[in-house]
Design a protein around this ligand. Structure first.
Ligand code: GLN
Length: 189
């Protein structure tokens, strides 16, 4: 089982380290054709507009759209924005793989970056959550499962084989979120 981490921008290396810590074989995906060799993909945080500018060249975005229709993917922060079906502030194109609406940079200036603790359905109690200029999930579709909340906001969600977090689980010690994604890939859902 090989896990790809989209490695064109943002904090992909922290994801690689976390996945390797959990025993996964990691491929840093820098070119669209590398997607053919992986069983699941993490789309890291960063700046979603920068991702889109890069992906719109050379058919990468189309290839990613195909990938997320067929195989498991997990987006964190900017990655969650890319997976969402609807994006606000401003509206922008996406992979539309997950039936949620997100508002970019929604926590305001003072709360741009903060560490929260939220309730989660993952076994093991509350989860530390590092938010960095995070989007807010404003709507979740009927088929979307909320796996964790911070205050009242859904912050970790799953729909079939697609997972998204508005925070950065790769920056906390807790390995549960990545372990959950690996389980999803292993089950080949
Ligand atoms: N603010 C970024 C965006 O809108 C996301 C921030 C992040 O990934 N940490 O794309």
């Amino acid at each position: 089982m090989k896990i790809g981490v989209l490695a064109i921008q943002g904090d992909f290396d922290a994801h690689r380290r976390r996945l390797e810590q959990l025993g996964a074989e990691v491929v840093l995906v820098k070119k669209p054709e590398q997607l053919d060799a992986v069983d699941g993909l993490i789309i890291p945080g960063g700046e979603s507009t920068t991702f889109l500018k890069f992906l719109e060249k050379g058919g990468f975005l189309e290839k990613l759209r195909e990938f997320v229709r067929a195989k498991p993917a997990f987006g964190t922060c900017a990655g969650a924005i890319l997976l969402a079906s609807q994006v606000e502030d401003p509206p922008q194109t996406s992979l539309a793989a997950l039936d949620i609406s997100v508002r970019r940079n929604a926590y305001g200036r003072q709360l741009e970056s903060f560490i929260g603790e939220g309730e989660t359905q993952l076994p093991g109690g509350p989860l530390e959550m590092v938010f960095i200029r995070a989007p807010r999930i404003e709507r979740v579709g009927a088929a979307v499962e909320v796996l964790a909340r911070e205050k009242n906001d859904p912050v970790l969600v799953r729909q079939g084989k697609i997972m998204a977090a508005t925070f950065h689980p790769e920056l906390s010690e807790d390995t549960r979120v990545h372990a959950e994604f690996l389980k999803l890939v292993r089950n080949g859902q």
